[in-house]
Design a protein around this ligand. Structure first.
Ligand SMILES: O=c1ccn([C@@H]2O[C@H](COP(=O)(O)O)[C@@H](O)[C@H]2O)c(=O)[nH]1
Length: 270
């Protein structure tokens, strides 16, 4: 199955909410866990138990696992494997991007069958040029995976780069949307090149109507965006949007049933 088919099936079954696993040191403290790889593992596996099979997509934030060195990365590998076994799609939030020849190694790591870091999709940064991402886009398509490319990020600093107008009169963000739309053209039910568009940005200023791909919307919850903001921001394109929330759900742990209730509340609000 293509990524678009798998994502559509998952969203039909569980709704569009993506839940993040972001093991912030402050959350480990709040959950009464030690600040080490064992604490990270307990945190992450509790999340797997609470979210696996209950939401369409789970997004582990790679940075928090990398911060604990090789033992942390081993935990991330276990999280990816266990979530995939539960039938939940895994979006590895690693925001990779490099020159094409190095990108091929990232593609091997995140978009290729048999790699322990390969989930069902990965986040990519296009700021070395959208074309530099081709090895990952090709490997993802060949293996039924997806990618989510940063277009308009939820942080206030992003606008100074992403809303810059290029010589052809388009913003940087619009050119990223257009590259992604080209890649997704003609694919049914939806393409495998998604975008990241922050839920906090007020107005997109870009035309998403030809994207034919999923849109990950971080900023929902802890960064202040609400379900009403999503409607205003995306209008008709809301049907392709996966709102993602991490801290706003994770603060309800470590009790698994409290985490499950928090997820259900957010799913209902959407
Ligand atoms: O533009 C972006 C891109 C990625 N993120 C990531 O999403 C989560 C948000 O966490 P919350 O706790 O729900 O705020 C986090 O992993 C970010 O790195 C983003 O926020 N904005």
């Amino acid at each position: 199955m293509t990524f678009g088919e798998r994502l559509t099936k998952a969203v039909n079954a569980h709704g569009p909410l993506c839940v993040g696993i972001d093991p912030h040191p402050g959350l480990l403290d709040a959950w009464g866990l030690p600040q080490d790889a064992a604490g990270l593992e307990r945190f992450a596996l509790t999340c797997v138990e609470a979210f696996g099979g209950r939401v369409s997509v789970v997004k582990p934030q790679s940075a928090f696992f990398e911060a604990r060195g090789s033992r942390g990365v081993a935990v991330l590998e276990r999280v990816i494997a266990e979530l995939r076994d539960s039938g939940t799609l895994v979006l590895v939030d690693a925001k990779r991007g490099d020159i094409g020849s190095t990108m091929a190694a990232y593609a091997a790591a995140y978009c290729t069958d048999g790699s322990p870091l390969a989930g069902d999709a990965v986040t990519l940064s296009p700021y070395l040029g959208f074309g530099s991402l081709d090895p990952a886009l090709d490997a993802a398509r060949a293996s039924g995976r997806g990618v989510f490319v940063l277009a308009l990020t939820s942080n206030p600093e992003g606008a100074s780069v992403q809303r810059t107008v290029g010589p052809d009169g388009r913003t940087v963000a619009q050119s990223i949307v257009d590259f992604a739309a080209d890649r997704n053209s003609g694919i049914s039910p939806v393409g495998d090149v998604g975008l990241v568009v922050g839920a906090t940005i007020g107005e997109t200023g870009v035309d998403l109507t030809k994207l034919n791909g999923p849109v990950l919307a971080p900023g929902f919850g802890a960064q202040g965006a609400t379900a009403a903001d999503l409607k205003t921001l995306f209008g008709e394109e809301l049907r392709h949007v996966l709102p993602t929330s991490s801290r706003d759900v994770l603060k309800h742990g470590p009790d698994v049933s409290s985490l499950v209730s928090a997820v259900e509340r957010v799913q209902n609000s959407l």
